[in-house]
Design a protein around this ligand. Sequence first.
Ligand code: PHE
Length: 341
Amino acid sequence: MKDLIPKYLDEIKSFTADSQEQLENFRVKFLSKKGIIPGLFAVLKDIAPEDRKEMGVLLNELKNSALEKVNELKSGLEEQAGKKIDVIDLTLPANFSTLGSKHPLSIVRNDIINIFSRIGFTVAEGPEIEDDWYNFSALNFPEEHPARDMQDTFFIEKKPDTVLRTHTSSVQIRVMEKQKPPIRAIFPGRVFRNEAISARAHCIFHQVEGLYIDENVSFADLKQTLYYFATEFFGAGTQIRLRPSFFPFTEPSAEMDISCFICHGKGCKICKKTGWVEILGCGMVDPNVLENCNIDSEKYTGFAFGMGIERIAMLKYQIDDIRLFFENDVRFLKQFESTHS
Ligand code: PHE
Protein backbone atom coordinates (compact mmCIF):
# COMPACT_ATOMS: atom_id res chain seq x y z
CA MET A 1 0.00 0.00 0.00
CA LYS A 2 2.82 2.37 0.82
CA ASP A 3 4.17 1.84 -2.69
CA LEU A 4 0.80 2.50 -4.28
CA ILE A 5 0.38 5.97 -2.84
CA PRO A 6 3.21 7.74 -4.76
CA LYS A 7 1.98 6.06 -7.94
CA TYR A 8 -1.55 7.40 -7.39
CA LEU A 9 -0.14 10.80 -6.41
CA ASP A 10 1.73 10.97 -9.72
CA GLU A 11 -1.39 9.98 -11.64
CA ILE A 12 -3.43 12.64 -9.88
CA LYS A 13 -0.86 15.43 -10.31
CA SER A 14 -0.33 14.76 -14.02
CA PHE A 15 -4.03 14.36 -14.84
CA THR A 16 -5.64 16.78 -17.31
CA ALA A 17 -9.19 16.80 -18.65
CA ASP A 18 -10.57 18.10 -21.96
CA SER A 19 -14.16 17.61 -20.97
CA GLN A 20 -16.48 17.50 -18.00
CA GLU A 21 -16.97 13.84 -18.71
CA GLN A 22 -13.25 13.00 -18.36
CA LEU A 23 -13.12 14.97 -15.14
CA GLU A 24 -16.17 13.16 -13.77
CA ASN A 25 -14.57 9.79 -14.54
CA PHE A 26 -11.46 10.91 -12.66
CA ARG A 27 -13.53 12.03 -9.70
CA VAL A 28 -15.45 8.74 -9.59
CA LYS A 29 -12.23 6.74 -9.89
CA PHE A 30 -10.52 8.40 -6.92
CA LEU A 31 -13.10 10.09 -4.74
CA SER A 32 -16.50 8.41 -5.03
CA LYS A 33 -17.63 6.09 -2.23
CA LYS A 34 -16.32 3.05 -4.06
CA GLY A 35 -13.29 4.91 -5.41
CA ILE A 36 -9.63 4.33 -4.73
CA ILE A 37 -9.10 6.83 -1.94
CA PRO A 38 -12.08 5.86 0.26
CA GLY A 39 -10.98 2.24 -0.41
CA LEU A 40 -7.55 2.98 0.96
CA PHE A 41 -9.00 4.73 4.01
CA ALA A 42 -11.11 1.63 4.59
CA VAL A 43 -8.04 -0.59 4.89
CA LEU A 44 -6.21 1.84 7.17
CA LYS A 45 -7.53 0.05 10.23
CA ASP A 46 -5.82 -3.18 9.13
CA ILE A 47 -2.40 -1.55 9.13
CA ALA A 48 0.03 -2.05 11.95
CA PRO A 49 -0.62 0.67 14.55
CA GLU A 50 2.94 2.05 14.39
CA ASP A 51 2.60 2.70 10.64
CA ARG A 52 -1.01 3.86 10.74
CA LYS A 53 -0.33 7.51 11.58
CA GLU A 54 2.14 8.00 8.74
CA MET A 55 -0.18 6.26 6.32
CA GLY A 56 -3.06 8.44 7.45
CA VAL A 57 -1.06 11.58 6.70
CA LEU A 58 -0.09 10.28 3.24
CA LEU A 59 -3.67 9.27 2.47
CA ASN A 60 -4.97 12.69 3.48
CA GLU A 61 -2.38 14.27 1.19
CA LEU A 62 -3.57 12.05 -1.64
CA LYS A 63 -7.19 12.92 -0.99
CA ASN A 64 -6.49 16.66 -0.85
CA SER A 65 -4.50 16.68 -4.06
CA ALA A 66 -7.35 14.77 -5.80
CA LEU A 67 -9.93 17.29 -4.49
CA GLU A 68 -7.72 20.20 -5.52
CA LYS A 69 -7.27 18.72 -8.98
CA VAL A 70 -11.01 18.31 -9.45
CA ASN A 71 -11.70 21.91 -8.37
CA GLU A 72 -8.91 23.32 -10.49
CA LEU A 73 -9.95 21.45 -13.65
CA LYS A 74 -13.60 22.18 -13.00
CA SER A 75 -13.13 25.93 -12.95
CA GLY A 76 -10.80 25.71 -15.98
CA LEU A 77 -13.43 23.87 -17.98
CA GLU A 78 -16.18 26.28 -16.93
CA GLU A 79 -14.07 29.25 -17.97
CA GLN A 80 -13.50 27.70 -21.37
CA ALA A 81 -17.21 27.05 -21.83
CA GLY A 82 -17.93 30.69 -20.98
CA LYS A 83 -15.37 31.91 -23.47
CA LYS A 84 -16.93 29.85 -26.19
CA ILE A 85 -20.17 31.79 -25.78
CA ASP A 86 -18.29 35.08 -26.11
CA VAL A 87 -16.72 34.06 -29.40
CA ILE A 88 -18.28 36.05 -32.27
CA ASP A 89 -20.19 33.85 -34.65
CA LEU A 90 -19.75 35.53 -38.01
CA THR A 91 -22.39 33.35 -39.60
CA LEU A 92 -25.15 34.90 -37.47
CA PRO A 93 -27.34 37.52 -39.21
CA ALA A 94 -26.22 41.08 -38.42
CA ASN A 95 -28.05 43.14 -35.84
CA PHE A 96 -29.16 46.23 -37.77
CA SER A 97 -29.90 49.34 -35.77
CA THR A 98 -33.24 50.81 -36.74
CA LEU A 99 -33.19 54.00 -38.80
CA GLY A 100 -35.00 57.11 -37.69
CA SER A 101 -37.66 58.64 -39.89
CA LYS A 102 -38.56 62.19 -40.78
CA HIS A 103 -41.10 63.99 -38.66
CA PRO A 104 -44.42 64.32 -40.56
CA LEU A 105 -44.24 68.12 -40.19
CA SER A 106 -40.80 68.12 -41.81
CA ILE A 107 -42.05 65.91 -44.63
CA VAL A 108 -45.01 68.21 -45.33
CA ARG A 109 -42.89 71.37 -45.03
CA ASN A 110 -40.29 69.95 -47.45
CA ASP A 111 -43.01 68.88 -49.88
CA ILE A 112 -44.47 72.41 -49.83
CA ILE A 113 -41.01 73.96 -50.34
CA ASN A 114 -40.31 71.60 -53.26
CA ILE A 115 -43.60 72.38 -54.96
CA PHE A 116 -43.08 76.15 -54.77
CA SER A 117 -39.38 76.02 -55.62
CA ARG A 118 -40.31 74.38 -58.93
CA ILE A 119 -42.07 77.61 -59.94
CA GLY A 120 -39.27 79.91 -58.81
CA PHE A 121 -40.04 80.61 -55.14
CA THR A 122 -36.98 80.90 -52.90
CA VAL A 123 -37.02 80.24 -49.15
CA ALA A 124 -36.43 82.86 -46.44
CA GLU A 125 -36.78 82.87 -42.67
CA GLY A 126 -37.32 85.46 -39.98
CA PRO A 127 -37.01 85.59 -36.18
CA GLU A 128 -39.54 83.99 -33.85
CA ILE A 129 -39.25 86.87 -31.40
CA GLU A 130 -40.58 89.97 -33.10
CA ASP A 131 -41.56 93.46 -32.21
CA ASP A 132 -44.99 94.99 -32.70
CA TRP A 133 -43.94 96.61 -35.98
CA TYR A 134 -43.20 93.38 -37.85
CA ASN A 135 -45.95 91.28 -36.32
CA PHE A 136 -48.73 93.91 -36.43
CA SER A 137 -48.16 97.56 -37.31
CA ALA A 138 -46.37 97.19 -40.63
CA LEU A 139 -48.98 94.60 -41.59
CA ASN A 140 -51.69 97.24 -41.31
CA PHE A 141 -53.23 96.04 -38.04
CA PRO A 142 -55.07 98.99 -36.51
CA GLU A 143 -54.01 100.03 -33.00
CA GLU A 144 -57.11 98.46 -31.45
CA HIS A 145 -57.18 95.28 -33.53
CA PRO A 146 -58.34 92.26 -31.47
CA ALA A 147 -55.40 90.11 -32.69
CA ARG A 148 -53.12 92.30 -30.58
CA ASP A 149 -55.11 91.28 -27.58
CA MET A 150 -53.46 89.50 -24.66
CA GLN A 151 -55.64 86.49 -25.41
CA ASP A 152 -53.90 85.67 -28.66
CA THR A 153 -50.42 87.02 -28.36
CA PHE A 154 -47.55 86.02 -26.09
CA PHE A 155 -45.88 89.22 -24.97
CA ILE A 156 -42.36 89.17 -23.62
CA GLU A 157 -42.56 90.20 -19.97
CA LYS A 158 -41.49 93.77 -19.22
CA LYS A 159 -41.10 94.44 -22.95
CA PRO A 160 -44.70 94.87 -24.12
CA ASP A 161 -43.45 95.82 -27.56
CA THR A 162 -41.82 92.42 -27.99
CA VAL A 163 -43.91 89.37 -28.91
CA LEU A 164 -43.57 85.80 -30.03
CA ARG A 165 -44.72 86.07 -33.63
CA THR A 166 -48.33 85.02 -34.10
CA HIS A 167 -47.89 84.34 -37.82
CA THR A 168 -45.17 84.14 -40.46
CA SER A 169 -46.58 87.25 -42.17
CA SER A 170 -43.96 89.18 -40.17
CA VAL A 171 -41.34 87.75 -42.54
CA GLN A 172 -43.12 89.52 -45.45
CA ILE A 173 -42.11 92.84 -43.91
CA ARG A 174 -38.54 91.75 -43.15
CA VAL A 175 -38.06 90.58 -46.73
CA MET A 176 -39.72 93.61 -48.35
CA GLU A 177 -37.64 95.98 -46.22
CA LYS A 178 -34.42 94.45 -47.47
CA GLN A 179 -35.25 93.29 -50.95
CA LYS A 180 -36.94 95.20 -53.76
CA PRO A 181 -39.32 93.60 -56.30
CA PRO A 182 -39.48 91.24 -58.01
CA ILE A 183 -39.87 89.13 -54.86
CA ARG A 184 -41.00 85.53 -55.05
CA ALA A 185 -40.40 83.64 -51.82
CA ILE A 186 -41.90 81.39 -49.17
CA PHE A 187 -41.23 81.59 -45.44
CA PRO A 188 -41.67 78.44 -43.37
CA GLY A 189 -41.52 78.80 -39.61
CA ARG A 190 -42.85 78.34 -36.12
CA VAL A 191 -45.55 80.59 -34.71
CA PHE A 192 -47.07 81.07 -31.27
CA ARG A 193 -50.56 81.82 -30.02
CA ASN A 194 -51.90 82.00 -26.52
CA GLU A 195 -54.51 79.32 -27.03
CA ALA A 196 -55.68 76.44 -24.87
CA ILE A 197 -54.17 73.20 -26.11
CA SER A 198 -56.72 70.76 -27.51
CA ALA A 199 -57.04 68.15 -30.27
CA ARG A 200 -57.54 71.00 -32.77
CA ALA A 201 -55.34 73.79 -31.44
CA HIS A 202 -51.86 74.21 -30.02
CA CYS A 203 -50.00 77.23 -28.68
CA ILE A 204 -47.06 76.42 -30.96
CA PHE A 205 -47.54 75.47 -34.60
CA HIS A 206 -45.99 75.99 -38.02
CA GLN A 207 -46.89 78.01 -41.06
CA VAL A 208 -45.63 78.51 -44.58
CA GLU A 209 -46.08 82.03 -45.90
CA GLY A 210 -45.85 82.93 -49.57
CA LEU A 211 -45.15 86.33 -51.12
CA TYR A 212 -45.00 87.42 -54.73
CA ILE A 213 -44.42 91.09 -55.59
CA ASP A 214 -43.82 92.43 -59.09
CA GLU A 215 -45.36 94.67 -61.69
CA ASN A 216 -48.81 93.57 -62.83
CA VAL A 217 -49.31 90.72 -60.38
CA SER A 218 -53.03 89.99 -60.33
CA PHE A 219 -55.56 87.98 -58.38
CA ALA A 220 -55.58 85.55 -61.32
CA ASP A 221 -51.87 84.88 -60.66
CA LEU A 222 -52.68 84.15 -57.03
CA LYS A 223 -55.45 81.76 -58.01
CA GLN A 224 -53.34 79.95 -60.58
CA THR A 225 -50.40 79.61 -58.18
CA LEU A 226 -52.60 78.17 -55.44
CA TYR A 227 -54.38 75.89 -57.89
CA TYR A 228 -50.99 74.56 -58.98
CA PHE A 229 -50.05 73.98 -55.32
CA ALA A 230 -53.34 72.21 -54.52
CA THR A 231 -53.08 69.77 -57.43
CA GLU A 232 -49.39 69.09 -56.83
CA PHE A 233 -49.86 68.47 -53.12
CA PHE A 234 -53.28 66.79 -52.97
CA GLY A 235 -53.29 65.19 -56.41
CA ALA A 236 -54.53 65.87 -59.94
CA GLY A 237 -58.24 66.58 -60.11
CA THR A 238 -58.24 68.55 -56.84
CA GLN A 239 -60.49 71.59 -57.18
CA ILE A 240 -60.12 74.88 -55.33
CA ARG A 241 -62.61 77.49 -54.22
CA LEU A 242 -61.94 80.95 -52.81
CA ARG A 243 -64.24 82.52 -50.26
CA PRO A 244 -64.06 86.23 -49.40
CA SER A 245 -62.39 86.83 -46.05
CA PHE A 246 -60.55 89.54 -44.17
CA PHE A 247 -56.93 90.08 -43.17
CA PRO A 248 -55.58 93.57 -42.37
CA PHE A 249 -52.58 93.05 -44.66
CA THR A 250 -54.39 91.85 -47.81
CA GLU A 251 -57.13 93.44 -49.89
CA PRO A 252 -59.06 91.69 -51.23
CA SER A 253 -58.61 88.70 -48.91
CA ALA A 254 -59.81 85.15 -49.29
CA GLU A 255 -59.76 81.75 -47.70
CA MET A 256 -59.10 78.81 -49.95
CA ASP A 257 -60.83 75.46 -49.74
CA ILE A 258 -59.91 72.36 -51.68
CA SER A 259 -62.37 69.73 -52.83
CA CYS A 260 -62.29 66.94 -50.28
CA PHE A 261 -59.59 64.51 -51.41
CA ILE A 262 -61.06 61.78 -49.22
CA CYS A 263 -64.64 61.63 -50.51
CA HIS A 264 -64.14 63.74 -53.68
CA GLY A 265 -67.09 65.93 -52.84
CA LYS A 266 -69.54 63.28 -51.72
CA GLY A 267 -69.31 64.37 -48.08
CA CYS A 268 -67.39 62.71 -45.24
CA LYS A 269 -66.11 63.31 -41.71
CA ILE A 270 -62.98 65.16 -42.87
CA CYS A 271 -64.97 67.77 -44.86
CA LYS A 272 -67.84 67.72 -42.37
CA LYS A 273 -70.14 66.60 -45.19
CA THR A 274 -69.56 69.79 -47.19
CA GLY A 275 -67.20 68.32 -49.80
CA TRP A 276 -64.69 71.13 -49.15
CA VAL A 277 -61.84 71.64 -46.66
CA GLU A 278 -60.23 74.96 -45.80
CA ILE A 279 -56.46 75.01 -46.18
CA LEU A 280 -55.17 78.59 -46.27
CA GLY A 281 -55.66 82.34 -46.12
CA CYS A 282 -54.53 84.62 -48.93
CA GLY A 283 -55.05 87.89 -50.73
CA MET A 284 -53.53 90.78 -52.65
CA VAL A 285 -50.93 92.60 -50.54
CA ASP A 286 -52.55 95.76 -49.15
CA PRO A 287 -50.95 98.91 -50.66
CA ASN A 288 -50.40 100.20 -47.10
CA VAL A 289 -48.14 97.23 -46.42
CA LEU A 290 -46.09 97.91 -49.56
CA GLU A 291 -45.76 101.58 -48.57
CA ASN A 292 -44.69 100.59 -45.03
CA CYS A 293 -41.78 98.81 -46.69
CA ASN A 294 -41.00 101.67 -49.07
CA ILE A 295 -42.26 99.81 -52.11
CA ASP A 296 -44.15 101.95 -54.62
CA SER A 297 -47.72 100.66 -54.51
CA GLU A 298 -48.55 102.48 -57.74
CA LYS A 299 -45.93 100.48 -59.58
CA TYR A 300 -46.02 97.16 -57.81
CA THR A 301 -48.72 94.74 -56.76
CA GLY A 302 -48.47 91.34 -55.21
CA PHE A 303 -50.14 88.48 -53.45
CA ALA A 304 -49.54 86.68 -50.18
CA PHE A 305 -50.80 83.47 -48.67
CA GLY A 306 -50.29 81.59 -45.43
CA MET A 307 -51.05 78.03 -44.48
CA GLY A 308 -50.72 75.95 -41.32
CA ILE A 309 -48.40 72.98 -41.74
CA GLU A 310 -50.12 71.00 -38.97
CA ARG A 311 -53.48 71.48 -40.62
CA ILE A 312 -52.20 70.30 -44.01
CA ALA A 313 -50.42 67.32 -42.41
CA MET A 314 -53.55 66.38 -40.45
CA LEU A 315 -55.56 66.38 -43.67
CA LYS A 316 -52.94 64.51 -45.68
CA TYR A 317 -52.39 61.76 -43.11
CA GLN A 318 -55.86 61.91 -41.53
CA ILE A 319 -54.52 62.66 -38.06
CA ASP A 320 -57.25 63.81 -35.70
CA ASP A 321 -55.20 65.23 -32.81
CA ILE A 322 -52.63 68.02 -33.28
CA ARG A 323 -50.92 67.13 -30.00
CA LEU A 324 -49.50 63.95 -31.57
CA PHE A 325 -47.04 66.10 -33.56
CA PHE A 326 -45.42 67.36 -30.39
CA GLU A 327 -45.44 64.24 -28.22
CA ASN A 328 -42.81 62.57 -30.41
CA ASP A 329 -43.94 59.03 -29.67
CA VAL A 330 -41.76 56.88 -31.93
CA ARG A 331 -44.72 54.59 -32.68
CA PHE A 332 -46.47 57.61 -34.21
CA LEU A 333 -43.42 59.11 -35.92
CA LYS A 334 -42.20 56.00 -37.69
CA GLN A 335 -45.38 55.68 -39.75
CA PHE A 336 -44.54 58.51 -42.14
CA GLU A 337 -42.72 58.25 -45.42
CA SER A 338 -42.04 61.10 -47.76
CA THR A 339 -43.86 60.95 -51.09
CA HIS A 340 -41.69 63.64 -52.62
CA SER A 341 -37.95 63.21 -52.04
N1 PHE B 1 -51.25 85.33 -41.49
C1 PHE B 1 -52.55 84.75 -41.72
C2 PHE B 1 -52.88 83.81 -40.56
O1 PHE B 1 -52.03 83.49 -39.77
C3 PHE B 1 -52.58 83.97 -43.01
C4 PHE B 1 -52.40 84.83 -44.24
C5 PHE B 1 -51.15 85.00 -44.77
C6 PHE B 1 -53.46 85.44 -44.85
C7 PHE B 1 -50.96 85.77 -45.92
C8 PHE B 1 -53.30 86.21 -45.98
C9 PHE B 1 -52.05 86.38 -46.51
O2 PHE B 1 -54.01 83.38 -40.42
